[in-house]
Design a binder for this molecule. Structure first.
Ligand SMILES: *Cc1c(COP(=O)(O)O)cnc(C)c1O
Length: 458
């Protein structure tokens, strides 16, 4: 894979920064080199914005000339339900990852739920989860009557911290849910080591992490299952769609049966009748026209992934000059991120006390789409869990003390997560990371401009 070569370590700085007129001269005496043609006055205070009327690349993208005929073909064929295009999409996604099987689904949420539904976890079991995510990651764990237990993240990588996972292991632990949040890889070698030691089932939530990799091995291929989303904002956008990767053929057979009314599939067999349900199931099949969209998008994915990583490495290198905005770190061994979101940590103290909210307003005004990311509303405190804990099934399986929501929240409290909620910066716009070097320089220039004018913003 060519993409193996793209990493922070392999990134070679080019002269692009100098030619674009960017001067990162360190924090003590920064120079805003574009001051000749761009007003140094902040856009938020009435100056000219760094971006002017330049547009970021749109997302999703569709080459109508090339792809419309393929859509026309599938529509005219009148075969709209699962058939050869879905099978081809699965084959190609599995191949691109070096995985034995891929099963496509209607979306990422159902990919995750199916992966847990066909796991061996059940009532009374605990699954250690990353808390830096949202409800879709854990629905399946709750469908099975199991208990999500949250292990804190490393605030420099945003990923679940293997040392914190170890602290949460009990005799009841049966699984781990790492979430490769923002498209940066979680520390899978360390997580799989823990999983092997304790015989745990691992489902990777790779819904944001298309083609991210660790030591050349793609995320989604480390655990027992790796789940992807092809929702419109994601790096392989179908509109709605999902996929599960696995190397275990028996598990794959069960997943296939599950996604198709529980009908016979491979080792899930035993009845003659084709409408005899063999396992408790669902119906979450991808449609043919979804698969065609996915196949079209897949044609450009590796090339786009390379550009995103070049731009990511460039931003990581240049923004490191500003202690107020530290780029999220790729942990040791990570060889590529998906850069679904370009993430940073805001440090108010190193920005002369400028509140994050004000920094975001100023950066938005310069034309850079930045936001806080997930709000300060931890998954372990959300009303859904309170309702689940009040259900008859949970009351039959857990003690009153285990279902005491206040106690649960305290026990699962993750300080680094809260710190991250309050300090994260997400540049989130599907097409932005596919921009040119000059687009990236605009981001750096905008940060530089704000940095130089902090006093005026307060
Ligand atoms: C998008 C996403 C999902 C859900 O995928 P859908 O296709 O939207 O159902 C789950 N987990 C994470 C981390 C996601 O970003």
């Amino acid at each position: 894979m060519k993409s193996n070569e793209i990493s922070r370590r392999h990134f070679i700085s080019t002269a692009a920064a100098a030619t674009a007129g960017v001067a990162i001269s360190g924090i003590s005496s920064p120079v805003f080199a574009n001051s000749k043609d761009t007003s140094d006055k902040l856009a938020l205070l009435g100056g000219k914005s760094v971006r002017g009327d330049k547009k970021w690349q749109k997302w999703p993208q569709w080459n109508a000339e090339k792809f419309d005929p393929k859509m026309k073909e599938v529509m005219s064929s009148l075969t709209w339900s699962r058939s050869k295009n879905v099978a081809e999409f699965e084959k190609k996604w599995a191949e691109m990852h070096g995985s034995k099987h891929c099963l496509s689904t209607v979306n990422g949420t159902n990919a995750l739920s199916a992966a847990w539904m066909q796991s061996n976890i059940g009532p009374g079991d605990e699954v250690i989860c990353s808390p830096y995510t949202f409800s879709a990651s854990i629905f399946g764990i709750l469908y099975k009557g199991a208990m999500p237990v949250f292990a804190d993240i490393d605030p420099t990588t945003f990923q679940i911290d293997p040392a914190q996972i170890r602290k949460k292991i009990t005799p009841r632990t049966k699984g781990i849910l790492p979430v490769h949040i923002c498209g940066y890889p979680s520390d899978m070698p360390a997580i799989m080591k823990i999983a092997r030691e304790h015989n745990l089932f691992v489902v990777e939530d790779a819904c944001q992490a298309h083609l991210a990799e660790i030591g050349g091995k793609k995320v989604g291929t480390w655990g027992n299952a790796g789940c992807f989303s092809f929702q419109a904002s994601k790096n392989l956008p179908i509109g709605e769609g999902g996929g599960i990767l696995t190397d275990n053929t028996e598990y794959y057979d069960r997943l296939y049966s599950y996604h198709n009314f529980g009908y016979a599939s491979g080792s899930v067999s035993g009845q003659i009748s084709s409408i005899s349900a063999l396992i408790l199931a669902n119906k979450i099949r991808m449609a043919e026209y979804q698969a065609v969209i996915g196949l079209c998008q897949m044609e450009k994915l590796e090339e786009q992934h390379k550009i995103r990583n070049e731009n990511g490495a460039y931003l990581n290198e240049k923004l490191a000059a500003y202690p107020g905005v530290s780029p999220v770190k790729l942990h040791k061994g990570a060889t590529a991120a998906s850069y679904y979101i370009y993430a940073m940590v805001y440090n108010e103290d190193k920005m002369d006390g400028l509140p994050r909210k004000r920094f975001i307003e100023a950066l938005n005004a310069e034309g850079v789409p930045v936001a806080t990311g997930y709000p300060n509303d931890p998954l372990y405190g959300q009303p859904m869990l309170k309702e689940v804990f009040a259900s008859d099934i949970y009351k039959k399986c857990y003690s009153a003390s285990e279902l005491d929501f206040e106690k649960y929240k305290q026990k699962n409290h993750c300080p680094s997560l809260i710190k991250t909620y309050n300090s994260a910066l997400w540049i989130w716009n599907g097409g932005l990371m596919l921009g040119t070097k000059s687009d990236m320089d605009d981001i750096i220039n905008a940060v530089d401009k704000i940095h130089n004018n902090v006093a005026k913003l307060k």
